[in-house]
Unconditional design. Structure first.
Length: 381
């Protein structure tokens, strides 16, 4: 017999899940298709984890179209689709030390080991790409897209100076997909926006959008003028060479082949090693030349990675340890009223634009009239 208490509870959960899905889908379109996010990553992550929690509590509420059931993204019109031989996956996120402990414990249990070896690196905030080298020559460059299918951006990617058009060394494999992130350095971002302003063109909200918007341009002459950089952090298909034994060795091999790898990386042991790396990067964050939103931990031995495998959209052997949401102060310019598709009315704060976590925030929800009264929110605050 159905419990009389749980009935309304599951209805509430179902309604909230539907709301979250709609909101996440909207943000996905803004982010992936238009390169123009409306909320900072931390806000998006909060919505996403709330949905993951609800679905974990009520598995019956999982729908095939839930964003948790696929990797978001779409192939924009104007680019040829590219099917990734090895899918480009996403990463699971953690925000707290407890989540890092839990990740380490899961890995240790699965591998029947006590102290594990990890490769630590930065979580770059840019655009993931896959570079295919055949006999050492760059033949194709694709964006991640939805992970299974991306966009052919070869002409644009070829304009990025730090990406070699030909691998150095005679030991280049017959075929290799080098994976990594196209980023724009902070100082280059500032300069680019100055140029955009001077030319009366739209400024970019953050370095990630500048990088993504520059690669996803129909016209490589425009991409060529953008100061883009690249860091490798993974591998897809590989033929005609042995896979290195560790992630660290893979990155060392890239350096030999002339592929850029970020110097901020380390091999550490156990959870203490992970948290030390996180702390040391957190302290350096502002001084780093590029925007990052956390660090990434990967089991260093590829054999261990293979044993752990994947779930849905992300590997079990890796974790993105993200920095906490950033706060910022702004002034309330006006209270606007937003009427939703269903007729629901929501008061929205128009704010003096403020940079938070790499995104320019101009609006914030005020939820409802009670909330405004309770907090005594006034224009000018
Ligand atoms: S590895 C199998 N390493 O984060 C794991 N991804 O949330 C595949 N990213 O699409 C990704 N820095 O754009 C990896 N050091 C790093 C990364 C990184 C940034 C991005 C990448 C990916 C997304 C996953």
């Amino acid at each position: 017999m159905a419990s009389p208490v749980s009935e309304p509870e599951i209805h509430l959960a179902a309604r909230r899940a539907a709301q979250l899905r709609a909101e996440i889908a909207r943000h996905d379109t803004a982010y992936y298709v238009f390169d123009a996010p409306e909320v900072p990553d931390a806000e998006y992550d909060k919505l996403y984890s709330e949905l993951v929690d609800i679905e974990a509590r009520y598995p019956a509420l999982v729908t095939p179209d839930s964003p948790t059931q696929r990797v978001s993204g779409a192939v924009a019109a104007g680019f040829q689709p590219v099917v990734h031989t090895v899918p480009m996956l996403s990463l699971n996120n953690g925000f707290t030390d407890q989540e890092v402990h839990a990740f380490d414990q899961r890995c240790a249990q699965a591998l029947h080991k006590t102290v594990l070896e990890y490769a630590c690196e930065l979580k770059f905030d840019g655009l993931a790409v896959s570079l295919r080298y055949v006999d050492g020559v760059l033949m194709q460059a694709a964006t991640r897209g939805d992970g299974a299918r991306g966009e052919d951006a070869t002409a644009n990617i070829r304009t990025i100076r730090s990406i070699p058009l030909r691998l150095q060394s005679k030991s280049a494999p017959r075929l290799i997909d080098v994976r990594g992130e196209v980023v724009i350095l902070k100082r280059d971002f500032e300069r680019l926006n100055q140029r955009q302003r001077a030319a009366g063109q739209r400024e970019f909200a953050n370095p990630r959008n500048a990088a993504a918007g520059s690669v996803r341009q129909l016209g490589s002459n425009i991409t060529a003028q953008r100061p883009l950089s690249f860091f490798a952090y993974g591998v897809g298909a590989l033929e005609g060479a042995d896979m290195p034994l560790t992630h660290h060795a893979l990155l060392d091999w890239y350096l030999e082949l002339g592929v850029p790898v970020c110097t901020q990386r380390a091999v550490v042991h156990g959870v203490a090693g992970l948290l030390d790396f996180f702390q040391s990067i957190k302290i350096q964050r502002d001084a780093l030349p590029y925007e990052i939103d956390g660090v990434v931990y990967k089991l260093n031995w590829l054999e261990d990675q293979a044993q752990l495998g994947f779930v849905a959209r992300a590997p079990r052997f890796a974790l993105a340890h993200k920095f906490p949401a950033q706060e910022a102060l702004s002034r309330l310019i006006a209270i606007e009223v937003n009427v939703g598709r269903t007729g629901a009315v929501t008061p929205v704060a128009r704010l003096e634009p403020v940079l938070v976590g790499g995104a320019t925030v101009t609006h914030a929800t005020l939820h409802n009239e009670d909330e405004i009264r309770r907090k005594d929110i006034r224009i000018g605050d």
